[in-house]
Each structure stands twice: as structure tokens, then as C-alpha cells.
Design a protein around this ligand. Structure first.
Ligand code: GAR
Length: 201
């Protein structure tokens, strides 16, 4: 029988929406011994379905609405304090749709990952699937990367690819990329937990 390490990695997961990546991480912890524990889920949107997923999994969850803060720096300071109260080893951005201030990002340097629906450095920002189609890409996919102050930048940890088919739409492509995301995000967390990522990158 495989044994979990005495101290599983403490994860805080930030979401804004559906939370299917959050679910993939919870499932990997429960079903495949990912040596980690989601200690809190934080959403900037009260209606995010990912909050329901956290509730069902008995995970502490919070809404920290950006609408309650007029300054980005104040929101980020409150978010930083809430995250720090959980003493996480790793912060997971899983569809957290906010630009983060430099100070916030630097505070969590090399401890914060993001998943982005494109083969970075291609197609940073929004509407990545349509933009991949418009650009006539032969392949598309997703990337897990460490977060640095530049949007959707930072050292790539893992990528997964899918061929673009002639009859693909943004929706069909998004569905395949989502499946890939659910595979590589838990893998990237496992690499981090096992100290197999070169932190000097
Ligand atoms: C995912 O496709 C993720 O790659 C994307 O948001 C979606 C969240 O889905 N993130 C970004 O675009 C960040 N730039 P989920 O809520 O079902 O996990």
C-alpha cells in the first residue's frame, strides 16, 4: 500500500467560475494519492460553481469580492492576508480571472501556479481557442506555469497538445483542451510536491 507523506502539500486554490480544474485536483488527491491537501478555496465571484465543489468536498471556502474594493492594491492586500492565514505551500490559480499586482505576485514568487488555455507563449489573454483557430494553428493546448508579474508569462512547467481539426470550433477545441488541463494541472502539482521542478527557472 502506498503511503502518503506525513505532511501533504498545503494548497490554496483561487477560482472565479466553474472550478473543473479544482475538481480535477480534488479527485487526484482522493483517488490517486496526490500528496496534497486543498486547505482553502477562494473566489472573487459569489456565484462561482467551484464554491459548491469546495463545499461538497468539505473544504473551507471564501468569497472575496473585488466589488468591495475600489483599489486593486487594497483587494490584493486583503487576498494576500487571507491566503497567508492558511500558510500554504503552493497557491493554485484555477480560472482566477484577475490581473494581479506585482507586489502580490512577488510575495508568492515560485509558490504560485496558473493554468492557461494555450501553448504559451502563444495566445496570452482571453478567447484563446478562437484565436488559435483564426491563426490557423495546427496544434493547440494548455500550459501550467509559475506566475510572474507579466500576464500569462513565467516559466512553463508542463504543456499538453491536441491537433486542430478542420471542423473544430472554439467550443470543440475548448472541450478537448479542458480535458488536457485536468490531466496536467494535478501532474504539475505532483512534480512540485516531489521537488522535481527546477525552481531556479
Ligand atoms: C480554464 O480553461 C483555464 O485554463 C482558464 O480558465 C478556465 C477555468 O476553468 N484560465 C485562464 O484563461 C487564465 N488566463 P475551470 O473554472 O472549469 O477550472
Amino acid at each position: 500500500m502506498s503511503q502518503k507523506p506525513a505532511t501533504p502539500l498545503r494548497l490554496v486554490v483561487l477560482i472565479s467560475g466553474n472550478g473543473s480544474n479544482l475538481q480535477a485536483i480534488i479527485d487526484e488527491i482522493n483517488n490517486n494519492d496526490l500528496p496534497a491537501q486543498v486547505v482553502a478555496v477562494i473566489s472573487n465571484k459569489a456565484e462561482a460553481y467551484g464554491l459548491e465543489r469546495a463545499k461538497k468536498a468539505n473544504i473551507q471556502h471564501h468569497v472575496l469580492s473585488n466589488k468591495d474594493y475600489s483599489e486593486r492594491s487594497d483587494y490584493d492586500a486583503a487576498l494576500k492576508e487571507l491566503i497567508d492565514s492558511y500558510q500554504p505551500d503552493l497557491i493554485i490559480l484555477a480560472g482566477f480571472m484577475r490581473i494581479l499586482s506585482n507586489e502580490f505576485v512577488e510575495h508568492f514568487s515560485h509558490k504560485m501556479m496558473n493554468i492557461h488555455p494555450s501553448l504559451l507563449p502563444k495566445h496570452k489573454g482571453l478567447n484563446t481557442h478562437q484565436r488559435a483557430l483564426d491563426a490557423g494553428e495546427k496544434e493547440h493546448g494548455c500550459s501550467v506555469h509559475f506566475v510572474t508579474p507579466e500576464l500569462d508569462d513565467g516559466p512553463v512547467i508542463l504543456q499538453a497538445k491536441t491537433p486542430v481539426k478542420d471542423n473544430d470550433t472554439a467550443e470543440t477545441l475548448a472541450a478537448r483542451v479542458h480535458e488536457l488541463e485536468h490531466r496536467i494541472y494535478p501532474q504539475a502539482i505532483r512534480l512540485f510536491a516531489e521537488n522535481k521542478i527546477n525552481q531556479a527557472e
